[in-house]
Ligand binder design. Structure first.
Ligand code: WTA
Length: 677
């Protein structure tokens, strides 16, 4: 019963059912220059050639020592890749490019205010900055290999610089999305066990210089209550030499990096030779229970996988100017703004602000000025740009050869605008399906080899072998026209290694469902459960329908319904809370929050605001409920369980189905009146 209820209120359940669209073929011009035009890649990466096939990706990197075992399954399902190998991620993204590319731009930093100049940081400059910071982290902050450090940085060049400095020393970085609140940052500090927090005093968002330092104070304060003491807060200045935050510095705890770093002028730090399977970073994401989980990513396997997919799926060449408009605070930014493009010596663009600021022509002006030729973003941004500036792209003289969509299902209509208007009919599109846990792409076309189909992600990328199971573990075959739970049959090098300090949860959530023998050391017995519903068409293209669990994908970002509900329950007046996903024109899905009050408490618009603000303060604006519905009672089963299915139907203006078996069927009409008026 419990499972049934979860499935029925999921995103997949309320997903739109699109028609299968016709194929669109890549241009000969694209194919002529593409990195991967050999059909043989699918054969080379077939299950018969697994796992050795992934040597092809690992060979794109420079290893200090070659590995002895490609895949070690002895601790299944915690996979270890390239065991015995030694490598450094920073060395591969920076040092090794100096010989040929030191004068080439590594990072174009585009500040949000349009009157501030774009900064172009060459590989040599990046090398210098990373080394100086690494010296500071080691000698001043006392950080060393295996330590964790929390970063709460916005979209500025200092973020990849900090990540790379950590990677150079083997420090495990854990970047928290800049838009998250101090409280959300604190939860991640506590879970990761960080003693150092690295942040920035302020940054621009939608025309305002936001005080970000205050979040650090809050985070440190909260973490202390939970028993995690942060000794040092290292603060980058948005304007070097000047403090941009009113929040005072705490003596003996807070330090401006821009002051300290002067001591480390031209300092060189040898990159630490890391075992391939040591962790590179943690990335927290929402799961089915309240607590966010730290996905632990490896050094060698992860870097090999993001480099391979950046080269063959993103088609990145060293001479490309590549712009991924995601936030580095999410996995997309780690893999496809920082590690993948830099490993390939490309120029990667980092834009500080909002795509529609100061107007929806902004992205296209940036593309024109920097001559960006590869563009990568999410359906949410595409929908917003289409809504507010449908005719903007043609006003600007830029040309993309390749575009990516990621993070949520894209409606064929929106896809076509992206293709015809943003891409001017010239660019290929890859619709890449994957997750924080996966390190890199799972499904996508290889752009020069397979045609595009609007609304479908495509087949598994080389080396990824998806399979769809029904609830009982029976395979749903290609072309059956039925949706089921999409799984991956085999491990791959980009896959996370475990949930930080919670192996049991890792096994239970991702591997237990379809594992037939829990003692098995054979990877074939451990299909990976992604948590999405999908359909496989006749041609092996997968269409992803959305989450099957208690996770809502808002603008391509995952939020746990339980996380939001537990915040609402902290508001004094609230007795019960239920969150369900509701379809939204721009953001894909947004949370709708239903609350019932304690006896004697009165509903009011002020109370609704208070509850909504509590959610924003605790998690961040991204979690803001579309509505806070204060209801006199929740629809409940006779055993007292809240029927989220009914609430989901009401919010999405769908048929509520049979409610006669509820304990309080009359409440449905009352809520309907309120929600649908
Ligand atoms: C969804 C983002 C449809 C999916 C990289 C997945 C997608 C969740 C697509 C992971 C896509 C991601 N089409 N849905 N191309 N890409 N998703 O961890 O539900 O932030 O499980 O990783 O986003 O979100 P996450």
């Amino acid at each position: 019963m419990a499972d049934k209820e979860i499935v029925e209120t999921s995103e997949a359940e309320i997903a739109v059912h699109w028609q299968e669209e016709d194929y669109i073929y890549p241009s000969t011009k694209f194919i002529a220059q593409a990195n991967m035009t050999d059909e043989g890649i699918y054969e080379r990466f077939s299950l018969d050639n697994f796992p050795e096939c992934f040597k092809e990706y690992a060979d794109l990197l420079e290893w200090f020592k070659y590995w002895e075992k490609t895949l070690d399954t002895s601790d299944a399902p915690c996979w270890k890749w390239f065991v015995g190998g030694r490598i450094n991620a920073c060395y591969n993204c920076v040092d090794r490019h100096l010989e040929k590319n030191k004068n080439k731009t590594a990072i174009h930093f585009v500040p949000e205010p349009e009157n501030e100049p774009i900064q172009h940081i060459t590989y040599q400059e990046l090398y210098v900055k990373v080394n100086e910071l690494a010296g500071l982290l080691r000698d001043f902050a006392g950080l060393k290999k295996g330590d964790t450090v929390t970063l709460h940085l916005p979209m500025v060049a200092e973020l990849p610089i900090t990540m790379l400095a950590c990677a150079r020393l083997g420090i495990i970085h854990s970047e928290v999305f800049g838009g998250f609140s101090g409280k959300a940052c604190s939860d991640r500090i506590v879970d990761s066990g960080s003693k150092v927090l690295i942040t920035m005093d302020a940054y621009y968002r939608n025309g305002k210089l936001l005080n970000h330092k205050k979040n650090a104070d809050e985070a440190v304060e909260e973490a202390k209550k939970e028993g995690q003491k942060v000794d040092k807060v290292l603060i980058w200045q948005r304007y070097p030499g000047k403090s941009s935050s009113q929040t005072p510095m705490v003596d003996g705890r807070d330090y401006f990096i821009n002051d300290l770093i002067k001591e480390y002028h031209a300092n060189i730090v040898e990159p630490v030779s890391m075992p391939a399977e040591d962790p590179l970073f943690l990335m927290y994401t929402s799961g089915t229970t309240g607590k966010p989980k730290g996905c632990q990513h490896s050094t060698g396997g992860y870097l090999a996988y993001v480099t391979g997919t950046s080269k063959y799926i993103q088609d990145i060449h060293p001479e490309d100017v590549y712009w991924c408009m995601a936030d580095i605070g999410w996995i997309t930014g780690h893999s496809y703004i920082v590690y993948g493009p830099l490993a390939l010596a490309a120029s990667t663009v980092i834009y500080e602000g909002v795509p529609t600021y100061p107007d929806p022509g902004r992205p296209w002006r940036i593309a024109e000025e920097l001559d960006v030729n590869i563009f990568h973003t999410a359906p949410t941004a595409i929908r917003a740009l289409r809504k507010y500036g449908p005719d903007e792209p043609e006003k600007y003289n830029y040309h993309f050869k390749h575009m990516t969509t990621v993070g949520e299902p894209i409606e064929p209509e929106v896809w076509k605008w992206y293709y015809n208007v943003v891409g001017k009919g010239e660019a290929v599109i890859v619709d890449t399906w994957w997750q924080t846990e996966n390190g890199g792409f799972l499904c996508s076309t290889v752009p020069a080899l397979k045609p595009m189909r609007p609304g479908s992600a495509g087949p598994g990328v080389p080396g990824i072998h998806p399979i769809i199971f029904d609830e009982d573990g029976k395979q749903i075959k290609r072309g059956e026209g039925k949706a089921g739970n999409i799984c991956i049959q085999n491990p791959w090098p980009g896959a996370f290694q475990t949930i930080w300090r919670d192996r049991d949860r890792y096994v239970e959530q991702y591997y237990e469902k379809y594992c037939t023998n829990k003692d098995s050391k054979d990877w074939r017995d451990w299909p990976y459960l992604a948590g999405d519903a999908a359909v496989e068409a006749d041609d092996g293209y997968y269409r992803i329908l959305g989450r099957i669990d208690d996770v809502i994908n808002v603008s391509g970002h995952r939020l746990g319904t339980k996380e939001i509900e537990s915040v609402a329950l902290l508001v004094d007046e609230v007795a019960e809370a239920a969150v369900i996903p509701v379809a939204d024109d721009i953001k894909g899905k947004v949370p709708d929050l239903y609350v019932a009050l304690k006896p004697g408490k009165k509903a009011s618009p002020e109370l609704a605001d208070k509850i909504s603000n509590a959610v924003c303060d605790s998690i961040g604006k991204i979690a803001k409920p579309k509505n806070v519905w204060i209801v006199s009672d929740m629809p409940k089963t006779r055993s007292g369980k809240i029927m989220r299915r009914v609430l989901a139907a009401l919010s999405n203006k769908k048929d509520v189905g049979d409610v006669t078996t509820l304990a309080n069927p009359h409440i449905v009409d009352e809520i309907k009146e309120m929600v649908q008026k």
